[in-house]
Design a protein around this ligand. Structure first.
Ligand code: SAH
Length: 253
């Protein structure tokens, strides 16, 4: 009997933002595997189903366990926060199944969801209406110099920036160095959206200027959206205009 691993995206927080197709896949699963915080977010959903909890940074063990369970013929749901394909579990599952040599025995499906950037953009207004770059400031798996080079290139190229994993209690250097780079290339009045705990009970949304960023409390439960030269704050909402109001014809809906 062929085993299955569904890599499930549960969105940014509240279960209201889990797509019906993802809920349907959860209905079909025999066992849920995931980081405790994410499994707790869906604790009221199918409380009957077995759950295998794991801690942060135990991603490899989590996937190995999912593979073992799938090889016994079960349908395993690997739970990922936000979108499973954006700094989530999808890549590791595909890599590990492929390296295990069990590709033929395990069917892997990735189900998309709402990432922190979609959630944050909607809460802030419409900051991502034009080209943007997404960078994680975590130097756990990516060298710090690579991260800073990307921040620098993206800021100079005029991208709006979405910054994931901005700062933790033990990791503040990438954030501080990022602020230095942003201040080098962007004016101090550049709008910066800060969204903390999007679509969770502790949600907090604010929009400040780049010069005010050092005074803000930034942690791992935040995503930052740094505007570009076109980004404005209109009625308290952050908007990067696409140019329609200047009379240009648009090509997207
Ligand atoms: N796969 C997830 C990202 C995991 S990396 C996704 O698609 O959203 C973890 C980082 O995502 C956090 O440090 C934070 O920067 C961001 N994040 C995830 N959920 C968030 C939320 N509800 N509110 C604000 N930021 C969030």
């Amino acid at each position: 009997m062929k085993g299955m691993i569904s890599v499930i995206s549960i969105g940014p927080g509240s279960n209201d933002w889990i797509p019906p197709a993802v809920l349907h896949s959860l209905e079909q699963a025999d066992i849920l595997v995931g980081y405790r915080t994410y499994l707790d977010l869906i604790k009221d959903f199918r409380p009957d189903i077995p759950r295998e909890y794991s801690g942060m940074r135990q991603e490899t063990e989590r996937v190995e366990q999912a593979i073992r369970l799938a090889l016994s013929g079960r349908h395993v749901a690997v739970i990922s926060g936000g979108d499973a394909g954006i700094y989530g579990m999808a890549g590791l599952v595909i890599e590990k199944v492929s390296r295990s040599g069990h590709d033929a025995e395990i069917e892997v499906t990735v189900l998309p969801g709402i990432s922190a950037l979609n959630a944050a953009a909607s809460l802030l207004g419409a900051p991502l209406m034009n080209d943007f770059a997404v960078i994680s400031l975590s130097d756990y798996l990516t060298p710090l110099d690579t991260i800073l080079d990307r921040v620098s290139a993206a800021a100079q190229a005029g991208f709006v920036l979405c910054l994931y994993n901005p700062r933790s209690s033990v990791r503040s250097v990438p954030y501080e160095r990022t602020l230095e780079i942003l201040n080098q290339f962007l004016p101090p009045d550049t709008p910066v959206g800060i969204v903390k705990d999007a679509f969770r009970p502790a949600q907090a949304v604010s929009c400040v200027r780049l010069a005010e960023l050092p005074d803000q409390e930034i942690r791992m439960n935040c995503i930052l959206i740094v505007g570009n030269a076109e980004t404005r704050i209109l009625n308290g909402r952050m908007v990067t205009p696409r140019g329609y109001t200047e009379g240009k014809a648009g090509s997207w809906g």
